[in-house]
Design a protein around this ligand. Structure first.
Ligand SMILES: [Zn+2]
Ligand SMILES: [Zn+2]
Length: 157
């Protein structure tokens, strides 16, 4: 949703749109912006500052930090505010969805979890423990991952 700054009414105006979000994938945090965002905002320019305030709603895809499964996450705000200085040079364009995307990133939980009590993967065999126990605890076999770690360390030396 792009706004031509010089066309914004001095009294402000309401924009309503459904727009795709700019980036499709934030690899390091396991977040995918794969759905359009619905937004309804009042935009205005006051003292050379562009202001957008209102609400947005979308669904993003996240990867669970514990079990690596992907799940849908509703990202929404009803008290969104975005401010950006403008030059009023006549050809400035502001993409409302960029601010929304930043806001979504800022509001994300510290850990992406498919559910609060996600059991995650077994550190030994890698089995998804949400699907049931793997039996590692009982047998006490050495971890496949720790063996791999040792190999990698040896290679790195
Ligand atoms: Zn999970
Ligand atoms: Zn296991």
């Amino acid at each position: 949703m792009k706004i031509e700054v010089h066309r914004v009414s001095p009294l402000g105006e309401t924009v309503e749109a459904t727009s795709p979000l700019p980036e499709t994938h934030m690899e390091p945090v396991g977040v995918w912006f794969d759905q359009p965002v619905r937004l309804k905002m009042k935009v205005s320019v006051v003292n050379k500052v562009f202001v957008a305030m209102g609400s947005y709603e979308t669904t993003i895809t996240m990867e669970c930090h514990r079990c690596l499964r992907r799940f849908a996450y509703r990202a929404a705000s009803t008290d969104y505010i975005w401010e950006q200085p403008v030059k009023l040079s006549g050809d400035e364009i502001i993409d409302l969805t960029e601010g929304v995307q930043e806001d979504i990133m800022l509001r994300l939980p510290l850990k992406n979890l498919c559910s609060e009590d996600c059991k995650g993967l077994c550190p030994r065999c890698g089995k998804d423990l949400n699907e049931g126990p793997c039996g590692c605890e009982e047998t006490g076999l050495p971890s496949a991952f720790s063996e791999l770690d040792t190999l990698l360390q040896e290679e790195g030396e």
